[in-house]
Ligand binder design. Structure first.
Ligand SMILES: NC(=O)c1ccc[n+]([C@@H]2O[C@H](COP(=O)([O-])OP(=O)(O)OC[C@H]3O[C@@H](n4cnc5c(N)ncnc54)[C@H](O)[C@@H]3O)[C@@H](O)[C@H]2O)c1
Ligand SMILES: O=c1ccn([C@@H]2O[C@H](COP(=O)(O)OP(=O)(O)O[C@H]3OC[C@@H](O)[C@H](O)[C@H]3O)[C@@H](O)[C@H]2O)c(=O)[nH]1
Length: 342
């Protein structure tokens, strides 16, 4: 039973299969990763597959993810890939659910906002229904966007946020807030074992090259010799976490005893101008930095308070931005066919 719930669960979760306690049948841990063909999901799958006791099932509709991200596992006896949209019911038997399915880049989540909110609300309901039916533990990848345009800085988990409920980002940030609510209601009402991670901006290899997020945009622009597009005012801040650190934090949260919500992110904070300057210096000093228009409701500052992650999970990020950017550059060079000059 999960502890540290702010409101306390009242019921025990359903029992897992009796075979799990059988003396003669040592079953593997069956883990579902929704959104496992995406950026963070595919790195999580790589890490989970390293453990020979794990069987991994990915359910993904391939909206922003791709089979390419999972190609080394396709055909592996402990791996299964299902084309599935989480807004539909999924009837399978699993022990753990990492629920990541949802477009994450603002360009993609705003593309079909009604679908985004359905993915967050109906998708999370369906995964909680599955968790309830089979007695699985479920982890939701929520977001720092639940803090909206934060008036408290850095953001602790106790901050309730400053979110525009009718803005163009609401399909995502309000969607995730409802998803968190559903997680806690299933926990209190049905005793489901839940975990909630509030993920802060994450970057690394396998991000879609034209994904639209700032780190992938700047690296692709630098490699193509195009100007880096800093959206005004450029003084807005973000804190960037390298994907291997993120995966580590998610697994610790799932395996630990705390429901969360817990912030997982790197507290190193940069303005977008500073990020552009770093990318320019490290990747292509010849490119210009140009100021371009921004989109509505862009949060002005963002930095995680990770006291809880340190104390409860023994987790903190290891990879600094200036060490992570070259690792991502290498992957983008390969995919864009731009070799490094000696
Ligand atoms: N990367 C970040 O900086 C960041 C920050 C905060 C939260 N998150 C959360 O982490 C998760 C993964 O983010 P990511 O960066 O890997 O994004 P991503 O877009 O690369 O991956 C999302 C995956 O979900 C799949 N998907 C989308 N809608 C679906 C649906 N209805 N049914 C089934 N699959 C669906 C996509 O095809 C994709 O494979 C998301 O839930 C996102 O909200 C990410
Ligand atoms: O080319 C660009 C793109 C973006 N930006 C700026 O960079 C900052 C970060 O923008 P991104 O689109 O990368 O990401 P955001 O921080 O807005 O949203 C992100 O944070 C939380 C997650 O849940 C979301 O999934 C994620 O995309 C914004 O201030 C944006 O204005 C640029 O300056 N230039």
């Amino acid at each position: 039973m999960a502890t540290n719930s702010s409101n306390g669960a009242t019921k025990q979760p359903p029992m897992p299969s009796p075979l799990r306690f059988s003396k003669f049948f040592q079953s593997n841990m069956r883990i579902l990763v929704t959104g496992g063909a995406g950026f963070i999901g595919s790195h999580l799958v790589d890490r989970l597959m390293e453990n020979e006791k794990n069987e991994v099932v990915v359910a993904d509709n391939f909206f922003t993810g791709s089979k390419d991200n999972l190609k080394k596992w396709i055909g592996h006896p402990r791996f299964e890939l299902i084309r599935h949209d989480v807004t539909e019911q999924l009837l399978i038997e699993v022990d753990q659910i990492y629920h990541l399915a949802c477009p994450a880049s603002p360009i993609f989540y705003k593309y079909n906002p009604v679908k985004t909110i359905k993915t967050n609300v109906i998708g999370t309901l369906n995964m909680l229904g599955l968790a309830k039916r089979v007695g699985a533990r479920i982890l939701l990848t929520s977001t720092s966007e639940v803090y909206g345009d934060p008036l408290v800085h850095p953001q602790p988990e106790s901050y309730w946020g400053n979110v525009n409920p009718i803005g163009v980002r609401s399909c995502y940030d309000e969607g995730k807030r409802v998803a968190e609510t559903l997680m806690f209601d299933y926990h209190r009402q049905h005793g489901i074992e839940i975990r909630i991670a509030r993920i802060f901006n994450t970057y690394g290899p396998r991000m879609n090259i034209d994904d639209g997020r700032v780190v992938s945009n700047f690296i692709a622009q630098a490699l193509r010799g195009e100007a880096l597009t800093v959206q005004v005012p450029g003084t807005q801040t973000r804190s960037f976490c390298y994907v291997s650190d993120m995966v580590d934090g998610l697994i610790r949260l799932m395996e630990g005893e705390n429901t969360g919500p817990i912030n997982i992110g790197n507290p190193g904070e940069f303005t977008m101008i500073e990020l552009a300057e770093n990318v320019k210096e490290l990747i292509n000093p010849a490119v210009e930095i140009k100021m371009v228009e921004n989109t509505p409701d862009d949060p002005r500052q963002r930095k995680p308070d990770i006291t809880k992650a340190k104390e409860l999970l023994g987790w903190e990020p290891k990879v600094k931005l200036r060490d992570g950017l070259p690792l991502m550059e290498e992957d983008f060079r390969l995919r864009l066919g731009v070799p490094k000059k000696n």
